[in-house]
Design a binder for this molecule. Structure first.
Ligand SMILES: Cc1cc2nc3c(=O)[nH]c(=O)nc-3n(C[C@H](O)[C@H](O)[C@H](O)COP(=O)(O)OP(=O)(O)OC[C@H]3O[C@@H](n4cnc5c(N)ncnc54)[C@H](O)[C@@H]3O)c2cc1C
Length: 294
């Protein structure tokens, strides 16, 4: 069964953004291979008390991570360089990237459509706010296209003039696509996906991570994927301080609480602060859990 799924996925290019893609090159392992590795440590006895799915869920819940390292996946990806710069920070993968010292840079850039330009977020210094009016977005897009054309022309002119490829490339924009083989074990891939599928990550890398997760990991490792969604990606981590707030609200019978009630029973360390990111995050978590009124 797994070999049929692998055959149907291998080399299939799942499109991402305008010219990007992710595709499966190779995979080693499956849900059952991870179970097999885990049973080495627990012995045959586990067969009696838990089926494969239950065991995988136990491993994920208790962060018994090494069995997930037994599976490896190799991808071919095509990504704009600014997005790749974030991607490559995940050091636990093996990478082999297209060389623009050796070859001509890919003639593909990530263009932004008029309705896709985002304002700077006012609350998150790393994030985006709302979208610009498409009329203004059109001006930004026109300017971008002109700049992309000029940058490419300058690059190709340098190449024609005999400038070394390694030097000619230095003014190419970060929106230029690069390609790479990217191989990673399932444990570290889940860590990548947990960080990069989060809506607070940059939109572009979220598209790549979600495509890898939904289109490739889910069919290859259905039970692991389900456990990942339940215990990693979809979980809410409550700190000791968060738990204190919930306990105090429950004791007063104030659940779900109003914003005012939340502020009244917030942690004492946050009380004096006009702005507190930790307090905001706590409120967001309680919103997610339906414990405060929206
Ligand atoms: C929303 C967001 C914002 C970010 N903003 C910034 C930013 O502003 N600036 C910036 O520089 N980075 C930023 N990063 C990158 C971030 O700091 C991490 O480098 C990136 O997420 C990779 O995570 P990782 O180190 O856990 O992954 P991996 O490199 O895959 O490592 C996985 C785990 O292996 C272990 N490990 C790997 N290598 C080492 C090592 N050399 N020493 C010790 N342990 C190791 C660690 O436990 C690590 O968690 C951001 C990431 C996110 C998701």
């Amino acid at each position: 069964m797994n070999s049929e799924i692998i055959a149907s996925l291998r080399w299939k290019k799942f499109p991402v953004l305008d010219h990007g893609f992710v595709c499966l090159v190779d995979v080693m392992g499956s849900d059952s291979a991870i179970v097999q590795a885990a049973r080495v440590s627990y012995g045959d006895g586990t067969k009696k008390v838990s089926d494969d799915r239950t065991l995988l869920r136990y491993l994920m819940r208790h962060q018994h991570t090494t069995p997930f390292e037994m599976a490896e996946i190799k991808f071919l990806v095509r990504v704009p360089m600014d997005c790749w710069r974030q991607w490559i920070r995940h050091r636990t993968a093996s990478v082999n990237e297209y060389s623009t010292r050796y070859s001509i840079a890919l003639d593909a850039v990530y263009g932004t459509s008029p309705e896709a330009w985002r304002t700077q977020s006012e609350t998150n210094r790393q994030g985006s706010g709302t979208c610009f009016d498409p009329e203004f977005g059109q001006i930004l897009t026109d300017n971008e296209q002109q700049f992309h054309r000029q940058a490419r022309e300058l690059y190709e002119q340098r190449i024609r003039q005999g400038v070394a490829r390694e030097q000619a490339r230095k003014d190419l924009p970060l929106s230029t696509y690069t390609e790479a083989y990217w191989k990673i074990d399932l444990h570290n891939l889940f860590r990548f996906l947990a960080l990069r599928m989060e809506p607070s990550a940059q939109y572009e890398i979220v598209q790549y991570a979600s495509t890898i997760g939904e289109q490739i990991v889910r069919p290859l490792f259905p039970n692991c994927w389900e456990a990942f969604l339940d215990y990693q990606f979809g979980s809410v981590q409550l700190s000791r301080l968060d738990q204190g707030v919930v306990k105090r609200l429950a004791e007063r019978g104030w659940l779900p609480a109003t914003r005012q009630q939340f502020l009244e029973l917030q942690d004492t360390a946050w009380k004096e602060l006009e702005r507190s990111r930790e307090r905001d995050e706590c409120y967001e978590k309680l919103q997610k859990l339906g414990l405060v009124k929206t």
